[in-house]
Design a protein around this ligand. Structure first.
Ligand code: PRX
Length: 659
């Protein structure tokens, strides 16, 4: 890792304490937060054990809080049994049966509400239909669905039967979908005939058809939700309509109680290698993490309307659209569309029309909406909002201040939440009624969670602005349990970098660099591995490189990120062609083709912003690509680095477009 990853460029020193008005009604104030932290520091097992008993409904109560005898394969509450869907739905029916669980709005403005009772019925019906297909506890089902109530219903129906779901984001290509289906070994895929997004018709069913044509021999059935008026081909004996399957089944379905460690879902995410990792989350600990963090961070109350704008295809959509809020009996908003249709006021119109109270989005969305000017949000009544959140990438202080001033009217707390697919739930964030915020800092770990900053050897880094690797020093309930089918990779990727501490605890390596200021606040600086963060989405540079190299004209490719005003990072690819390097129109045509190729292989989010064709890549004499140099070139910086160790120094000029 290069030292430039550790340097903080921020000199932000504004501090925003919570307002008295917010503190007066907050679930957690500063004293309560101190008490929680002290309790967790004294005995973090007892701390989590108490909350697990208080918050979750167990079929068989657990006896053991944490089993670390096989670390880092930790087990939480493992001798207890429960059901995630029961915890999200059934237990609310007596008191919240008529409360709205989901408020849905489509891009065209169509709306639909689901009460807890209605959601329960829909979930039970689909669960019965899945049972009818012969699916049982332990099976895997892949969901390739729009960001919709159907996605939540399908996740809950799987959870009800102890089926492990794996949601694949609808923006992934057929090839990426095929890879994920095959890795999970799913026998059933649930999809939709299509959906309306960004003014376009998204052909989800075709994505599944194409994926199955490419492989997936284990898939027996495809369940298709009818959501449009388009006609889609249905393969006889394989494809089944959701509405037909659920037409004549009972409206109740007994939940299947599973061990707390039973895999609730797999979610694929990018790492440093070309192959995405199936992050495995469990039932009990995950649900507890999602639930408690939603209470602490979002100050969730009975009459809130909570809107997390993330798609269900990402971890944020799992934890803060589906499991966290529903386990708390809250009402969630789901908007199936883009923020710019019909114009950049759509988010604010939804906040106004539905009375959203808590709004949680990504910095990339904030930056994009900020660009369209403040007159747009100023047209809407945002007075119901009481809390704002941010997730997915570092939020630059400028965007933070805009969010604070224009959307929060300088009154609302902002929670900048740091976490990852692997952590399952929010790890670091302000507690809105307790923590003074600083623009750009995710502040401190939540109660019961323990972080540190370490150097290359794993030793704690001290000093005001010193930076290093972000590590988590104690296991936590919602942590990933393994990488599906590759436990060795799990151990190596997350716990293999540093030696155990003297007390035996293992360090979880997040893959981010950070520094901690004099108040103990963390400032996330970015990834230290070969993972990009494009519009809050993780992309492995190797994944994009593999996609490029799979094109017949490409001999070699190197992918790096460069800062991008809206997306956070843009994807830049340096490509060496097979045969002569094309120039002029031929080069332009090839670049276009390569961009489409990556889109087809992975999905439009991975489409490189820049592609440069060259005769070679800057390599050290040992054959290693100098990515740091490529990053500088991609940024258009003058090359001041030492290139004397390069095997082919002349190539630098060419890559920089000077030769
Ligand atoms: O680099 C960090 C960044 O996003 C990575 C995790 O990506 P993913 O697993 O896709 O999950 C995103 C949503 C939880 C982290 O390693 N990241 C996430 N939140 C923040 C962040 N960086 C800075 N500040 C954040 N609030």
């Amino acid at each position: 890792m290069s030292s430039d990853n550790f340097q903080s460029v921020l000199t932000e020193n504004r501090v925003f304490p919570p307002s008295d008005a917010f503190v007066a009604k907050a679930r957690v104030n500063a004293d309560q937060l101190s008490a929680l932290r002290a309790e967790a520091a004294a005995d973090f097992r007892a701390f989590w054990g108490k909350f697990a008993r208080e918050e979750l409904s167990w079929e068989t109560p657990f006896q053991t809080v944490l089993d670390d005898s096989n670390a880092p394969n930790y087990r939480w509450f493992h001798d207890g049994t429960l059901n995630a869907s029961y915890n999200c739905l059934d237990r609310h029916l007596a008191t919240r049966g008529d409360k709205v669980a989901i408020r849905y709005e489509g891009e065209k403005g169509d709306t639909r509400n689901y009460t807890y009772r209605e959601l329960h019925t829909e979930v039970c019906k689909l669960a019965n239909a899945l049972k009818g297909l012969g699916l049982v506890k332990g099976d895997r089902v892949v969901l390739y669905l729009p960001h919709s109530a159907e996605a939540v219903i399908a996740m809950q129906a799987c959870a009800r039967l102890g089926i492990t779901h794996s949601v694949v984001f609808g923006g992934f290509s057929a090839t990426a979908l095929r890879d994920r289906i095959e890795d999970t070994g799913a026998r059933v895929v649930i999809t939709a005939d299509g959906n309306q997004r960004g003014g376009n018709f998204i052909e989800l069913k075709k994505g599944v058809d194409d994926a199955l044509a490419l492989g997936c021999p284990l898939v027996e059935k495809v369940v298709v939700a009818k959501r449009t008026t388009q006609t889609v081909p249905m393969a006889a004996g394989r494809d089944l309509w959701w509405h037909e399957l659920t037409a004549a089944v009972p409206a109740t379905c007994e939940p299947v109680f599973v061990d707390a460690e039973h895999p609730l879902f797999l979610l694929y995410t990018s790492g440093s290698t070309g192959k995405p990792k199936g992050i495995q989350h469990c039932t009990g600990g995950y649900l507890l993490g999602a639930m408690k963090s939603a209470q602490w961070v979002f100050d969730l109350k009975e009459d809130d309307l909570f809107w997390c704008t993330a798609d269900v295809g990402w971890i944020t959509g799992h934890s803060y659209v589906t499991y966290g809020p529903l386990a708390n009996g809250a009402t969630v908003m789901i908007y199936e569309g883009v923020p710019t249709i019909p114009d950049a006021g759509r988010f604010w119109k939804i906040c106004q029309d539905h009375g959203v109270t808590i709004f949680y989005t990504a910095p990339t969305a904030i930056r994009a909406l900020m660009k369209s000017g403040e007159e747009i949000p100023n047209k809407y009544d945002l007075s119901k909002l009481r809390l704002l959140g941010s997730v997915g990438e570092p939020i630059n202080p400028e965007a933070w201040m805009w969010y604070h001033r224009v959307i929060g009217k300088e009154k609302l707390p902002i929670v900048d939440t740091w976490w990852q697919t692997e952590t399952g739930s929010i790890m670091m964030s302000p507690i809105p009624g307790a923590t003074a915020t600083k623009p750009g800092s995710c502040t401190q770990p939540l109660p019961g969670l323990f972080a540190d900053v370490v150097d290359e050897l794993g030793d704690p880094v001290s000093g005001k602005t010193a930076g290093g690797y972000l590590v988590i020093t104690k296991p936590w309930p919602s942590m990933l349990r393994t990488i599906w089918g590759d436990n060795e990779r799990y151990k190596k990727a997350y716990f293999g970098q540093f030696p155990a501490r003297p007390d035996g605890s293992l360090l979880y390596v997040a893959g981010d660099s950070t520094h901690r200021d004099e108040d103990g606040y963390y400032w996330i600086l970015g990834r230290v591995d070969d993972v990009l963060n494009v519009s809050g989405h993780r992309l492995g540079t190797m994944e994009v490189e593999s996609a490029l190299v799979s094109h017949p004209r490409v001999a070699e490719a190197a992918v790096v990120g460069r800062p991008h005003e809206i997306k956070g990072e843009a994807v830049c690819a340096f490509v060496i062609c097979k045969g002569a390097r094309p120039t002029g129109d031929e080069a332009a045509a090839l670049i276009k083709e390569l961009r489409e190729h990556v889109s087809k292989e992975i999905g439009p989010i991975a489409k490189p912003d820049d592609i440069r064709l060259a005769d070679g890549l800057p390599k050290t004499r040992s054959g290693k690509i100098m990515r740091r140099l490529l990053r500088s070139i991609a940024k258009g910086e003058e090359i001041t680095q030492d290139i004397s160790t390069l095997e082919n120094p002349a190539i630098v000029e060419q890559l920089a477009g000077k030769a």
